[in-house]
Design a protein around this ligand. Sequence first.
Ligand code: 13P
Ligand code: SF4
Length: 401
Amino acid sequence: MVIKLKEPTIPITEIEQSAFCQTDDELKAKSLDEEFQAGVRWQKLPTSYMRTSPEDLDTRIASARAALGSQLVILGHHYQRNEIIKFADYRGDSFKLSQYAASQKEAENIIFCGVHFMAETADILSAPHQKVILPNLMAGCSMADMAQIDDVLDCWDDLEGVFGERGVVPITYMNSTADIKALCGRNGGIVCTSTNAPATFEWALSHGERILFLPDQHLGRNTGLKMGIDLDEMLVWNPFKPLGGHTEAELSRAKLVLWQGHCSVHTRFTVPQIQEARERFPDVNVLVHPECTMAVVEAADLNGSTEYIIKAVSEGPPGSVWAIGTEISLVNRIAAENPDKKIFCLDSVVCPCSTMYRIHPAYLSWVLDGLNEGVVVNHITVDEEAAEQARVALDRMLSVV
Ligand code: 13P
Ligand code: SF4
């Protein structure tokens, strides 16, 4: 057993999360110069991009992209700003984009408009000749930052000490580093996304008696409940305490060990917000992402991944009312694309994911100009050994769904 006393730390991305929160519903891009005033870390880029207006950037991106033709594919996660998503050749949730990355073998370059773990995954799943580019290297994820590989390795050693080799099946949510996916790959585990979490739990429980789920305790708990695991068979692993804060006896009774991580965006949604929505609109459909807390998921009518949310609303009858608990850029887009329905975000504060939001059009313009000049800016690579092991866990995911 590893006995280490660690100082609890909060990832900087978590501290920065509220930097773009505002009460005004206007999420239109400003020049990067102005946006740099938000208190977050930005990647430096040539000053000529700083003052260019969003309108000029739009024109420049369109012509730079056109010049690159089929040698380039642009992938965009649903949480990206409108000024970015309009240039995506494919848009999707984490699962759909990982499928695209695995299947688009022609393009020489893939620009991934999303966050770091998604670009890493695209690098692992794409062909060796393809290069994956993340426009702004500061676009990380606070949830992924809550699981540092050294802490996860310590946890794994502890669990193997208690349960023996192959006593636990590790599942990592896509929102984690390549090193954690590699740990799952070499230890009989699997990756999941919010689309396929129940199927991966079923897979894991047919390969072992208990699961370690990383790094989102809420997706893990919500999925465990869906799969019939009782709350008293679940434990939260605190990486800053010996044995995660438990005794060996407590651990032996657990079927599901949940890493103590969360999404800073989805944990903003609360049960009182749902109650208020129901008071205002008695026929409202409350639809939330499973990264929300168990109380919020239970109080909602429906829950599912971003792709599920889009489908559920678009298939809803005209005139229906929807209160949605997910990232605001997506909620606003769903509202714009479904003018026959009343759609609003559960949270009245407009609070985009501060890392997704860091893919400003200036960065997209910069990396496109680079490609046109023969320079690959912000090339994301995963070292071959980790990539090979992570690919095992990703391939298991792609084959169980
Ligand atoms: P999905 O793309 O799986 O819905 O996950 C949402 C999310 O938070 C991505 O970071
Ligand atoms: Fe990470 Fe949450 Fe942002 Fe997704 S929405 S990138 S999980 S912080």
